[in-house]
Write a protein that binds this ligand. Structure first.
Ligand SMILES: [Zn+2]
Length: 271
């Protein structure tokens, strides 16, 4: 099953599995600098590494929001999110807002089709100012063909982007949460309706063993120290508030609650 529907008060949500990525799940000792394979194996404790990509679809009133777009159909083994949307009766052109939590490939590669056109053709595109600045700056400073292509494709669409900051409302009951560190403008979404809430914390961690080892940073973190601080602060918030939480890379659907046991964070999947 690649679609998990839930309601947050009056707001309809669904976790959509885009696919499973070896980029996240394989060669873990290379993904966690300074951590040995023996330490990784001990931390896995027989668990399989997670490579899931869990997108969040939100329908608030008549506004349809998709948080991140995955790798997209042209990447082998991916494209599950589009199939999931189709099963909900939602076509790409029906999406009103595409929210980009950050500009790593596993979150944005599916933005364009093979012809280089936006897949979600009618949407307003939303990301943080800091994220836009980090990546347009990085791409402009790079000579790599893919970076130059991204720079051209995204800057052409600049007028269709709305750049936001933490606390801004993206759609009714859906607001931006600062999660800086994994990238400089990495952000999540808080979905709130009545007393029901869902916090999408995206890439504050990538494997379940990081609940116990919050100081292990991921090789793609733009600012490792800030990523660690944000991870700890956000996990503590999730535990303190007992809030339903979604992680982009934990085993599908990536939904559950964080608790603290004897000073260690514990993941309690709810589905
Ligand atoms: Zn990611």
């Amino acid at each position: 099953m690649t679609v998990h529907q839930l309601k947050i008060g009056d707001i309809e949500c669904a976790a959509l599995q885009e696919g499973e990525s070896d980029l996240i799940a394989a060669n873990l000792a290379q993904r966690y600098p300074g951590v040995s394979k023996a330490q990784i194996d001990a931390a896995l404790a027989g668990r399989k590494p997670s490579g899931s990509l869990n997108l969040l679809y939100i329908k608030s009133g008549s506004t349809r929001v998709l948080a991140d777009v995955g790798f997209g159909e042209s990447t082998p083994g991916m494209g599950g999110a589009l199939r999931g949307l189709d099963s909900l009766g939602v076509a790409p052109a029906d999406i009103d807002i595409v929210y980009l939590t950050h500009f790593h490939g596993d979150h944005i590669a599916g933005f364009f089709n093979a012809a280089g056109e936006p897949v979600y053709s009618n949407a307003l595109y939303v990301t943080t100012q800091a994220e836009w600045d980090e990546w347009t700056g990085r791409w402009a400073a790079s000579t790599a063909a893919t970076d130059q292509q991204n720079l051209t494709r995204f800057t052409v669409l600049r007028d269709r982007f709305k750049l936001v900051n933490a606390g801004d409302e993206v759609a009714p009951g859906v607001s931006v949460v600062d999660l800086q560190g994994h990238t400089l403008g990495h952000s999540g979404l808080l979905v709130q309706s009545g007393s029901d809430r869902l916090l999408h914390v995206v890439d504050i961690l990538h494997q379940p063993f990081q609940f116990e080892n919050t100081g292990w940073h991921f090789s793609f973190d733009s600012n490792p120290e800030l990523a660690v601080a944000t991870r700890r602060k956000t996990l503590q918030r999730c535990a303190d508030e007992g809030i339903l939480t979604l992680f982009y890379h934990l085993p599908f659907p990536g939904l559950g609650k964080v608790t603290v046991d004897d000073g260690t964070f514990v993941w309690n999947p709810t589905a």
